[in-house]
Ligand binder design. Structure first.
Ligand SMILES: [Zn+2]
Length: 388
């Protein structure tokens, strides 16, 4: 294979421009929903400058996905390189949007998670264009919105974006490979009582007491989950109650109590399964509190697990590419949830940077690791060609 040509100055310039372009996710706050818009404009310009065919979809007002296509011969798989354009917040971060290159690293908010991945994709496209490589199928390079919050961008792309055969997502993994991770279902459970003056509690129905019965049943359910057969990669499913709200003042019997729960799913479990299990838990709670009246909301976050098969073409291609470039191919479940399952095709995660510090107040990524990522992606793409 010919040496992959990487222009380090260009790579640093691309990534620096992205870091300067603040794209902090507002996490559902109604104001400034267009925080990712400037980043979408920038990334579109970068893709266009390389000569890719631009596509874009507005996912929500002022918030759009953008992608560039390097056209192939129409005789091979369409490969997606995808990454999110948003970042987490910057409270307490000294100078988050001023990129600093030091000791072989580049610092700044989003450097590692995951603008480094987007910059690596640009270098891949530059190399393919520069070397005159015509792929059998299309290569699509996509920047999506909202990964850090509800993953609206990848969900939209999976449903309405171009048809894709397999995908690579450059979430920071220190160039380890992940074909699986847990899913996440966040939902609200509500108990409904009857308000009364607390001097006459028998006139009311106490929603907090009813929630106590629900919490007992949920703890038994969490125990059951902790003893279920583990997924070989992702381990066991789990449940945690993170928030409780209820009552107005000590002198009223509360008519409402709510909890927010976080249920982590493993491959094979769906959010519908979780919903059915939660209703069964509520029936158990009802035996302790027969007057229990409740709602379980539609999940406010519903992310499926990632479950790409080990023998899939994309997995084989990236394992072989990592081995060739770095001499190793570590495969492990990804610790968090990502956009990867939403692309509705076999998808693997492999990217530069360390997840451990990527939401920190001193975010950085190794430039040499971004360059290795570029080499890995180019090789993986070549491995996926029909004549490889
Ligand atoms: Zn990320």
């Amino acid at each position: 294979m010919t040496e992959v040509q990487i222009n380090r100055d260009q790579l640093i310039a691309d990534l620096s421009a992205m870091i300067r372009c603040a794209s902090v996710n507002t996490f559902g706050a109604p104001t400034d929903q267009g925080a990712e818009a400037a980043m979408a404009d920038l990334f579109e310009g970068q893709l266009r400058d390389i000569g890719l065919e631009i596509g874009t979809h507005e996912v929500a007002p002022g918030r759009r996905n953008v992608w560039g296509t390097l056209k192939g011969q129409g005789a091979g798989p369409t490969i997606l390189l995808a990454g999110h354009m948003d970042t987490v917040g910057v409270d307490g971060y000294g100078d988050p949007f001023e990129p600093v290159v030091k000791d072989g690293n580049i610092y700044g908010r989003g450097s590692c998670d995951m603008k480094a991945g987007l910059a690596a994709y640009l270098a891949v496209a530059r190399h393919l264009r520069g070397s005159g490589t015509i792929l059998a199928g299309d290569l699509v390079i996509a920047g999506v919105i909202d990964e850090e919050h509800a993953m609206a961008g990848s969900k939209h792309f999976g449903l309405y974006g171009p048809q894709i055969d397999c995908a690579i997502v450059a979430e920071p993994s220190l160039l380890s490979i992940s074909a699986s991770h847990k899913g996440q279902v966040l939902t609200t459970i509500r108990t409904k009582g009857l308000a009364a003056h607390s001097s006459m509690p028998s006139k009311g129905r106490n929603a907090i007491y009813h929630m106590a019965a629900v919490l007992d049943a949920l703890q038994d359910y969490a125990q059951d989950l902790a003893h279920r057969a583990p997924d070989p990669d992702c381990g066991r499913p789990s449940l945690s109650v993170g928030v409780i709200r209820g009552g107005d003042n000590a002198c009223s019997v509360p008519d409402l109590c709510e909890i927010d729960i976080d249920r982590r799913t493993i491959p094979g479990e769906t959010s519908a399964d979780v919903g059915a299990e939660l209703h069964a838990v509520m029936q158990t709670a009802k035996t302790a509190a027969p007057a229990l009246d409740y709602d379980i909301d539609t999940p406010f976050l519903d992310l499926p697990p990632l479950d790409t098969k080990a023998n899939s073409a994309v997995m084989q291609a990236i394992i072989s590419a990592c081995t060739a470039v770095t001499g190793r191919a570590d495969v492990a479940a990804f610790p968090g949830s990502t956009d990867a399952p939403n692309f509705n095709c076999p998808t693997v995660i492999c990217g530069p940077g360390d997840l451990a510090q990527c939401h920190s107040l001193n975010e950085y990524v190794s430039i040499a690791q971004i360059e290795d990522a570029v080499r890995i992606y180019v090789r993986a793409i070549k491995n996926l060609q029909p004549d490889a």
